[in-house]
Write a protein that binds this ligand. Structure first.
Ligand code: MOS
Length: 683
């Protein structure tokens, strides 16, 4: 594989890379939170005497004595500010001690009494609290109506009306959330496991009444995020709070068992999809109606009907989101929020329509390619879904596929296809590129590398512009005191930070070409893309892809195993093939995991998710993904950015679950409309 290995690869595999919980500031102590054991109610009494009797324990903070915070923009960050409990697992106290063990023991000894109230945690379609939000996540209008869907439905020659379900899902990054915090001279420093230190800095400054410049947030290395580190989380507020109270640096590493409650999850969805088509498969009406839930603390609406506004030509369309607030942990971002869930339903329904019309599912998609973005009628900046489908079919051997799968002894084998899409999101960023007297270069931008290869690709962009070998470029990222860069989320990092790096490096290259000498302190050029990005675009900008899956289903046990997964993507110019391939593969593996394994179960009695470790929350391991291939077609989209790249972090998970479910149908004749596809859904 061509391209560059991660610049920090050696540091990571030798253990030299320092993560948030690897910091050892002098005199540091340890904090351990106490989770609520009711899903709704009020704390009526807290007994900290047993915990405080241990001489190693420095403090136990509760809502009665914790520092007062300013009003939080994100209500989940208002930790220890009130006696109310909005979900089970919400923090009600924090023990601080000389050792991690003493802190854990103290936390276990805190006695909390509650006035519990009946909780509401079961998502049902006729829930009286269901309402129409103004917006779905990402600022999309909750409802969009084009044309007359009901008339199209009445006139259709082929109709699909099916309801699909996706369960709550949890991100489980390898590195659980952790923060190390200390105060000095009224200034706060935090090392946090985060996808964006700018947001951590901003949130902490607001909560503690500081100027932004008084807070330094650092995320030098991050062991995965996938969205659950995309906004600041309660642990970093608690660490800062505890450090202020005890006057010493505080380390707070969350046990994995607590993540499910406090770092967000993908909300469950119930999705009704209706497709009204002509006999030849041309779609005349498309409706996708989403029901999901959020917490009582804040509204968060999984935007699962949004990809339907992008995908297929249809004169009439109806896409809606409904939501209900319940006594559950707050849902949040998980890789391709909206697209991952919504495209499972839409791409499964497309497979059902292909069968109803007697068409090959690739052909059905080709027949419904739009000329412009269906929902907005804007031209696409580039759209190569057709090429992805054709190239994928060729590489996968799709033409050998018959109308039904085949049997190999007790195994039923089948194949399926689905399309992928993900929007191009770009935010403003600033960057500095400096030439050193020794002939090397330094890129400075507050990007975050959550394992994606961001550090490397930013150096690659600068090296290309400067026309120097990569080993002469290093990148300084992951600190809030660097030139401003947004969060590593929404597959936006490379385009956003990279654009600023590209502009700064171009400026520096011009000065060097003019013969400007490099002084001992270095020669630097800066750029800020705020105006460039703010100009907007007349184009609809999205990446596309096609995913092909082959599965085997055990006729006796119902066990489904993936044999092959092959994706072809059109995601703009690929800047570093080696790390890009890993991103696409990682998304596809996560999609296979979503299809077959991952599920969080809401316990109706306790009111929280039952799976709190990797023994019960199953993610795909190597044996589950024996053959996964990611390919891409040549695409350079200069309507997007000067690099011509789109985003690749999320599209790999989109459509994967539908491709697998469609393959299961091909193999068995059983249509599975609920994830994950386990033996129980088939037998
Ligand atoms: Mo990702 S869900 O955009 O952090």
């Amino acid at each position: 594989m061509s391209g560059h290995a991660r610049l920090e690869g050696r540091e990571k595999v030798t253990g030299a890379a320092r993560y948030a919980d690897d910091r050892r500031p002098d005199g540091c102590v340890y904090a351990c939170p106490v989770p609520a054991t009711v899903a709704r109610g009020t704390v009526t009494a807290i007994d900290t005497s047993a915990a405080l009797a241990d001489p190693r324990v420095l403090a136990v903070l509760t809502h009665l004595d914790a520092p007062r915070l300013a009003q939080a923009e994100d209500p989940t960050l208002a930790v220890l500010q009130s006696a109310r409990v909005a979900y089970r697992g919400q923090y009600v106290a924090l023990a601080v001690a000389e050792s991690a063990e003493a802190a854990q023991q103290a936390a276990a000894q805190v006695g909390v009494e509650y006035a519990a109230e009946p909780h509401d945690v079961v998502l049902v379609a006729d829930h009286p609290g269901v309402y129409a939000p103004a917006e779905a996540n990402g600022g999309h209008p909750a409802d969009r109506v084009r044309g007359d869907f009901e008339a199209a439905w009445a006139a259709a020659e082929a109709r699909i009306d099916a309801t699909y379900r996706t369960p709550p899902l949890h991100n489980h990054p390898m590195e659980p959330h952790a923060a190390t915090a200390w105060w000095a001279g009224g200034r706060l420093t935090v090392h946090d496991s985060s996808q964006g230190t700018g947001e951590v800095q901003r949130a902490l400054a607001a909560l503690f009444g500081l100027e932004r410049a008084q807070v330094l947030a650092v995320s030098e290395h991050v062991g995965g995020g996938f969205g659950c580190k995309g906004t600041p989380r309660p642990h970093v507020v608690l660490a800062a709070m505890a450090a202020r109270v005890v006057g010493r640096p505080v380390r707070l590493a969350l046990p994995r068992a607590q993540l499910a409650a406090v770092v967000g999850h993908r909300a469950p969805t119930v999705q009704r999809v209706r497709l009204a088509a002509r006999a030849d498969g041309r779609i005349e009406g498309l409706a996708q109606e989403i029901l999901t839930r959020c917490s009582t603390l804040k509204e968060f609406v999984e935007q699962a009907a949004v990809p339907a506004r992008v995908m297929y030509r249809s004169p009439a369309s109806l896409t809606t989101h409904r939501v209900v607030r319940q006594d559950v942990p707050a849902p949040s971002w998980m890789r391709a929020p909206g697209e991952a869930t919504g495209m499972f339903a839409l791409e499964s329904a497309m497979d059902e329509l292909a069968l109803a019309c007697g068409l090959d599912p690739v052909e059905l998609r080709l027949r419904n390619e739009p000329d412009t973005e269906p929902d907005s009628d804007r031209p696409f900046s580039s759209r190569h879904l057709t090429q992805c489908l054709r190239e994928g079919a060729r590489r996968f051997g799709w033409e050998r596929r018959g109308p039904a799968g085949r049997a190999e002894g007790r195994l039923l084998v089948g194949t399926g296809v689905a399309a992928s899409t993900y929007p191009v999101l770009i935010g403003p960023a600033a960057a500095e590129v400096r030439a050193e007297p020794d002939g090397t270069f330094v890129v400075r931008v507050n990007a975050t590398d959550i394992g994606t290869g961001a550090r490397t690709v930013l150096a690659v962009i600068a090296a290309e512009v400067l026309a120097v070998p990569l080993d002469r470029v290093r990148a300084e990222i992951g600190r809030s005191d660097l030139p401003r860069g947004g969060v590593a989320g929404g597959s936006s990092g490379t385009s956003s930070w990279g654009w600023a790096v590209h502009a700064a490096a171009s400026g520096l290259a011009r000065r060097l070409a003019e013969g400007v000498p490099v002084p001992p302190a270095g020669l630097s050029a800066s750029a800020d893309t705020r105006e460039l990005v703010g100009r907007g675009t007349e184009f609809a900008r999205h990446a596309f892809g096609a995913q092909f899956a082959q599965v085997q289903v055990d006729r006796d046990t119902g066990e489904v195993r993936l044999r092959r997964l092959l994706g072809v993507f059109a995601a703009g110019r690929i800047l570093n093939p080696r790390t890009a391939r890993s991103q696409l593969l990682g998304g596809m593996v996560m999609g296979a995991s979503m299809a077959l394994l991952e599920e969080s179960t809401m316990d109706p009695e306790f009111g929280d998710h039952a799976e709190r470790d990797l023994a019960s929350y199953h993610v795909a391991v190597n044996a589950d993904v024996p053959d996964v291939q990611a390919h891409w077609i040549e695409e350079e989209d200069l309507h997007v950015s000067p690099m011509g790249s789109k985003g690749i972090g999320e599209i790999g998970i989109v459509g994967t679950a539908a491709a697998v479910a469609n393959a299961v149908h091909h193999a068995t004749g059983v249509r599975v409309r609920e994830l994950p596809i386990g033996a129980r859904t088939l037998l």
